[in-house]
Design a protein around this ligand. Structure first.
Ligand code: ATP
Length: 420
């Protein structure tokens, strides 16, 4: 039996993962699968933080009486730990039997893909819930049923996140996490954990900024290493912790697309040639354009991506790249999460020495060409010798810093560890 839950928290209070943790404890007399923390389309505007839902799977066979008891426990915890007073909090809960899950696996997989790539309507989710005979509960608008079912429907690549929670008396107070211990943990557990510390911006990444019950979350690919990592963190004592199976760091929200097929608010990987040199625009953002033969699209490295913009600024027309990111609507632009530089165009500078006397050439406009300051000879623009210069850029993958990374984005360090 599956239990899916979403949209219980607000920026001011609680966390859906905390509900899942309490529920895992309450249901510990059953055999339980790893709880799931699943992220959906990061372009959804209702999201509180990272657009995530949770799901729990009870592996034991359950009879009708058990089911009633499980539902009762679940709904009570949700009612107690949801921020019902917040307008933007609209909890949804889904209960699905194993049999109904198995009988509808293809439908569920299609649905999961849609939660990643599209913006769904609550009625769409409700129709599917009816079709698969799920039992579901909507609180207020009940928008959470979209993510609650998505977390149940999840399949594919995964990583883990260990979430440690604070004692209740500390909720809302400043978190005490020793920075040095985070750095040591990061270095000792590399490459099996990631996004613990942003060295470029000198920032701890494991702790949230909201007054929620979470003390810290450590992301990685090995459960034992995550427990060791948690034990290395000094500062406030956690009250409890839970390891979630998650689609974090898998690029599940991205898919290969041709430019002509791209639509707003979805995630894409596009191969193409740079057709406009990058330029800086107001706000510190860097924009360039690529073409793949089916169309052209702008790509942006926004200001919070910091040093990543330095790489982007070095691209020139003709470079061949693969861009990874989500598509913003107005103006239609790919918000870059990563870039793979596949081929570098040769870069030339004009040889400004006179081919007759070795004097210095002076530009006289495209029509005239260049004139030698010494011998006064005029050389046509296209007759000027070009000198190839070395590119200050290497072929390979480049990514935004951890502090600008989306939960779903796969960091480069994981590319060979968790193969897609
Ligand atoms: P947190 O990270 O604290 O769990 P959140 O960022 O996940 O919060 P929610 O409060 O869960 O934000 O709000 C997101 C809402 O969007 C939920 O109601 C969820 O059901 C819904 N949702 C998720 N995926 C989609 C989608 N693809 N289309 C439309 N709505 C979606």
């Amino acid at each position: 039996m599956f239990i899916g839950i979403d949209d219980t928290d607000s920026r001011e209070r609680y966390c859906t993962t905390y509900i899942a943790t309490l529920l895992m404890e309450e249901l510990s007399n059953y055999k339980l699968d790893d709880p799931r923390l699943i992220r959906f389309n990061p372009m959804v505007k209702y999201k509180t933080r990272g657009n995530g839902g949770v799901a729990i799977r009870i592996l034991d066979k359950v009879d009708e009486r058990d089911k009633e008891e499980i539902k009762d426990i679940t709904l009570k915890i949700i009612e107690k730990y949801s921020d019902m007073d917040n307008d933007n909090t609209n909890p949804g809960v889904v209960f699905l039997d194993e049999e109904n899950y198995r009988n509808n696996i293809n439908l569920l997989r299609d649905y999961y893909k849609k939660t990643l790539f599209d913006i769904l309507d609550i009625n769409f989710a409700e129709d599917i819930l009816k079709k698969i005979n799920a039992d579901y509960y909507k609180f207020k608008l009940g928008r959470g049923i979209i993510g609650a079912l998505g977390a149940i429907a999840f399949f594919g690549d995964y990583t883990y996140e260990l979430i440690a929670y604070r004692k209740k008396e500390n909720w809302g107070k400043k978190r005490r996490i020793d920075k040095e211990s985070v750095i040591i943990m990061d270095k000792e557990t590399f490459p099996y954990t990631y996004d613990n510390y942003d060295y470029e911006n000198d920032k701890i990444l494991i702790a949230p900024n909201t007054p929620c019950p979470v003390l810290f979350g450590i992301r990685g690919i090995d459960k034992d290493i995550l427990i060791k990592a948690m034990e290395m963190i000094k500062g406030e004592e956690p009250e409890r912790f839970m390891i979630f199976k998650t689609n974090h760091g898998t690029d599940a929200h991205l898919r290969r697309m041709k430019i002509k097929d791209i639509y707003p608010n979805t995630g894409v990987i596009v191969y193409g040639k740079v057709v406009n040199n990058p330029k800086d625009i107001e706000g510190g953002h860097v924009i360039f354009k690529i073409s793949d033969g089916t169309g052209e699209i702008s790509c942006a490295a926004y200001e919070p991506t910091k040093g990543f913009r330095e790489i982007i600024r070095k691209l020139i027309v003709g470079d061949y790249v693969a861009v990874y990111g989500t598509v913003r609507e107005e103006p239609l632009t790919i918000n870059l999460e990563k870039i793979k530089i596949l081929r570098l165009e040769k870069k030339y500078i004009l040889d400004k020495r006179c081919p007759f006397c070795g004097g210095t050439l002076k530009a006289k406009g495209k029509k005239v060409g260049f004139k030698c300051r010494k011998c006064k000879k005029v050389i046509k623009y296209d007759k000027i010798k070009k000198i190839e210069v070395e590119r200050d850029l290497k072929i390979g993958f480049y990514e935004v810093p951890g502090s600008a990374r989306r939960h779903l984005s796969k960091p480069i360090q994981l590319i060979d560890l968790v193969e897609k």
